[in-house]
Ligand binder design. Structure first.
Ligand code: ZN
Ligand code: FE
Length: 256
């Protein structure tokens, strides 16, 4: 059983600390900063053994070097992106297995937001750490990839068990939801989720992790097959990735 700690940092980032008690292993996922991680480790009495980076952006690797020099942890990241990951020790690719004490994560290659983006899937724990690939009711911007590539990445995620908990790196759900309601206003599951999301945010509580099953039912970026979305976009006879591309394009200029 993993213990997972969610640390809010910067404007809207989440760093996750995951602890495997039997093997005395602890990993920080996407440490934007070192100091909040060091403080949490101290409070918990944990020793950092790993950093797992999903991609190279500063708000995901900013704490790498300081954490490594203070704890001696090993930094695990995408082999294809090794030039851009500060302090990388272990280069991984699609399908590789990372041991964290007695727990295991499988590496999924999910390019699109950046060309070297990966996710860590702890199947035994129903937990997926996916950085900026998918968000609550949204998905990452296409900074280095194109829509067809991102859609292939999202299809990989769509194929996982719906009970999978989605640990993304930003609290964007409420703002994303305003766009989602514009794209698919008649989706009742979406309307209901937005009520829950608004309540949580009013209390200052996180909406993350979410459940993949809920994202499948409400996140427009996973729903290019939706007849309502296709009708609204006037894209009834094109492939899913082209509908996805249009949703992404509209979101980029959406001012809600
Ligand atoms: Zn990013
Ligand atoms: Fe980010």
């Amino acid at each position: 059983m993993l213990e997972i700690l969610q640390i809010p940092v910067l404007q809207d980032n989440y760093i996750y600390l995951i602890h495997e008690p039997n093997g005395w292993a602890t990993a920080a996922i996407d440490p934007a900063l070192a100091e909040p991680v060091l403080r949490a480790l101290d409070e918990k009495g944990w020793t950092l053994t790993h950093i797992l980076n999903t991609h190279h952006h500063g708000d995901h690797v900013g704490g790498n070097i300081e954490l490594k020099s203070k704890t001696g942890c090993a930094i695990v990241a995408m082999a294809r992106d090794k030039e851009r990951i500060p302090g990388i020790d272990v280069e991984v690719s699609e399908g590789d297995i990372i041991g964290l004490g007695h727990a295991e994560a499988k590496v999924l290659d999910v390019p699109g937001h950046t060309s070297g983006h990966i996710a860590f899937w702890f199947a035994g724990e129903s937990a997926l750490f996916l950085g900026d690939t998918l968000f609550g009711l949204g998905c990452g911007r296409l900074f280095e990839g194109h829509a067809e590539e991102m859609w292939a990445s999202l299809e990989k995620i769509r194929a996982l068990p719906p009970s999978t908990r989605i640990y993304c790196a930003h609290e964007y759900t409420q703002a994303n939801g305003r766009f989602a309601l514009e794209i698919e206003p008649e989706n009742q599951a979406l309307q209901e989720r937005m009520v829950r999301v608004t309540n949580l945010r009013q209390q200052g509580l996180p909406t993350i992790p979410s459940l993949l099953g809920d994202e499948l039912a409400t996140n427009p970026f996973l729903r290019p097959h939706s007849p309502e979305i296709r009708r609204r976009l006037g894209l009834e006879d094109v492939t899913d990735w082209r509908v996805f591309a249009e949703i992404r394009h509209r979101k980029d200029s959406f001012r809600g």
